[in-house]
Design a protein around this ligand. Structure first.
Ligand code: UDP
Length: 239
């Protein structure tokens, strides 16, 4: 097994990673979670200490619900609860595959998961448990990208892995522009100046300010996550 370049990492899985081909608002596709879990089993085998932040856009996205008349704050709480639904689904499937996991929520709901306590999260990681951070930051008007940056900094992860359905950052949308060029490596400044959407602005700002590298990569490529952790050039690295 290749040596880990990043011994502790935080992987951000967006809600769309749970919805499969259905995309945003399409609920949960258990087959897709099963595939993601197989990928995570390989990742765990590298010995990395792994935290996961899960999104909720496959169930409720606050901004969209508020456009349809919901109060924004209530809609955002609904969004945060949807991340908990995804976290429980992922936990169940990961545990069935023999992995040890804990779900920690930013909003207390102790009947089903532990409340997020930083020191406890780090202890779980040290014991080799995959920690699934649910409930975003616990605050409306934020996103799970921001939660990912925040938790990564708190647990002192060495990298954020941003799982997407494309291979990394391009100069334009590769699905729309045939001239879109793939970018293997970027500085934070270059990403900012060129307006490349790596993570949302709050999350990006946190990473930039604290020099936390972000790797944007395609989660559908088998083995990609483990390869990134072992320092292979996969996806786009922003640092
Ligand atoms: N959300 C929030 N605060 C947070 C994280 C998430 O209010 O700290 C809400 C917000 O409404 C968001 C929804 O939860 O739209 C789902 O999260 P997100 O859109 O980030 O999920 P993803 O795009 O990764 O599927």
């Amino acid at each position: 097994m290749a040596k880990l370049v990043y011994p502790r990492a935080l992987l951000k899985l967006s809600g769309e990673a749970f919805a499969g081909a259905g995309g945003a608002g399409a609920g949960i596709d258990y087959g897709v979670i099963d595939r993601v879990s197989d990928e995570l089993r390989q990742v765990a085998a590298t010995g990395v200490q792994l935290g996961l932040v899960v999104g909720g856009g496959n169930i409720v996205r606050g901004a969209t619900a508020s456009e349809q008349g919901m109060d924004r704050v209530s809609a955002d709480y609904m969004g945060m609860l949807s991340t908990v639904i995804n976290a429980l689904a992922l936990q169940d499937i990961l545990e069935k595959k023999g992995l040890d996991t804990r779900v920690m929520t930013a909003i207390r709901m102790e009947a089903l998961a532990e409340p997020y306590i930083r020191r406890r999260a780090v202890r779980h990681l040290e014991k080799g448990r995959i920690v699934i951070f649910a409930g975003g930051t616990g605050n409306p008007y934020f996103s799970t990208d921001t939660a990912a940056a925040l938790r990564a900094l708190e647990i002192e992860a060495k990298v954020i892995l941003k799982a997407t359905n494309v291979d990394g950052v391009y100069t334009a949308d590769p699905n729309k522009d045939p001239n879109a060029r793939f970018i293997a490596e970027l500085s934070f400044q270059e990403a900012l100046v060129n307006g490349y959407a790596v993570m949302d602005a709050n999350a990006f700002g946190l990473c930039k300010e604290n020099r936390l590298p972000i790797v944007v990569f395609n989660i559908n490529q088998p083995g990609a996550t483990a390869r990134v952790l072992c320092g292979e050039r996969v996806g786009t690295i922003v640092q």
